[in-house]
Design a binder for this molecule. Structure first.
Ligand code: SAM
Length: 323
């Protein structure tokens, strides 16, 4: 699948649910309304959609949300998708808040998942509860420990928030380094209406320069197929990534498209262009119409997002498209 700008699309991110057991302040409003259950694709339909994408050239699948591990029976989807590893699919992974990891880590590893991203913005229990509104830090730390015990490699995703966790980058880097976890810092993106996003936005260029005063950051060509740019931290041997959609746009190398839990394909996180795949999926047991709808989407992939701080780029929250 090659888009009009010559970019090969080989990475599909699937939001398996828009629901989440946390309400992170920069991600969701406090009183979110969620999709009615009958609008959701079934797990079997999601697997069929993913299989079509794999046939058309997707080699990397990431399940996200909402919180992927709160969708009922999600392990059956993950086990089903695991069967495609080595048969077109090269990597199956997920992004999770870690709350359900203690329960699912062993099964994830058994299904062929090798590495996962866990979102963790602070190591301070009280601050963690403030940021996530509903989360409890010990539960997430237990989940991370269980995932490591199951042999999963972990990258911690930390959204950089001015005045909230900007005094904790050194501590997080050291904590990750001591546990063999990679760390990725993320700039807040203006998606969906939430309060205080503007005040807490922190450009990562300054954070990186500041960290370089105390840590030896060696440029690295390590890449995971996602948008992060990495350095190696000499003192810990770990990787440190930066996702900078605002201070340094990375769209020229975009290889991704995103599927929502209702079967809408978004070709860009920060644009409204979308194609409905649910209708052709349900219209026929044969995948011809579905495949042509996917190709229509790829042919309409926009050049990039136009994120500007202070202006909400798209009305949908990150939990709809999947972060
Ligand atoms: N629930 C899972 C989790 O917490 O990782 C997966 C979905 S969550 C939307 C995926 C990632 O997006 C998390 O790392 C979260 O911190 C990040 N995120 C959510 N809203 C964001 C925003 N407006 N800007 C930047 N990152 C955001």
């Amino acid at each position: 699948m090659i888009d009009p700008f010559g970019r090969t699309v080989s990475y599909l991110r699937v939001s398996v649910t828009d629901r989440c057991d946390f309400r992170c302040v920069y991600c969701m409003a406090e009183d979110m309304s969620f999709l009615p259950k009958d609008e959701l694709l079934s797990l079997e339909e999601m697997e069929r959609l993913c299989a079509a994408f794999i046939r058309l050239g997707v080699t990397k699948l990431r399940l996200t949300g909402g919180e992927p591990l709160v969708r009922r029976n999600v392990m059956s989807l993950i086990e089903g998708l695991g069967q495609y590893l080595g048969h077109g699919l090269e990597e199956l992974t997920l992004t999770t808040n870690g709350s359900q990891l203690a329960k699912h880590a062993q099964a994830l590893a058994a299904a062929g998942v090798k590495r996962i991203n866990v979102s963790l913005d602070t190591l301070d229990a009280q601050k963690f509860s403030q940021i996530t509104r509903w989360g409890r830090l010990p539960q997430v730390l237990d989940g991370i420990a269980a995932a490591q015990a199951a042999g999963l490699r972990i990258k911690i995703n930390m959204v950089a928030l001015k005045g909230v966790n900007d005094g904790e980058f050194d501590a997080m880097l050291a904590w990750c380094g001591a546990r063999g976890l990679d760390l990725c810092l993320i700039e807040t993106m203006p998606m969906g209406e939430v309060t205080h996003r503007e005040e807490t936005h922190l450009p990562l260029s300054g954070v990186r320069a500041d960290l370089a005063r105390r840590w030896t950051l060696r440029p690295s060509d390590y890449a995971t197929g996602g948008p992060a740019r990495y350095v190696t931290v000499e003192e810990t041997g770990g990787k440190l990534g930066f996702i900078t959609p605002l201070s340094h746009n990375f769209c020229e190398a975009c290889n991704r498209v995103r599927l929502t839990c209702t079967g809408t394909l978004y070709m860009c996180l920060g644009q409204e262009d979308a194609v409905d795949l649910r209708k052709p999926l349900r219209a026929s047991a044969d995948d011809a119409a579905l495949e042509s709808a996917i190709h229509r989407g790829i042919a309409a992939k926009p050049k990039g997002h136009d994120f500007v701080i202070g202006r909400t780029a798209v009305p949908r929250h990150m939990s709809v498209t999947g972060g």
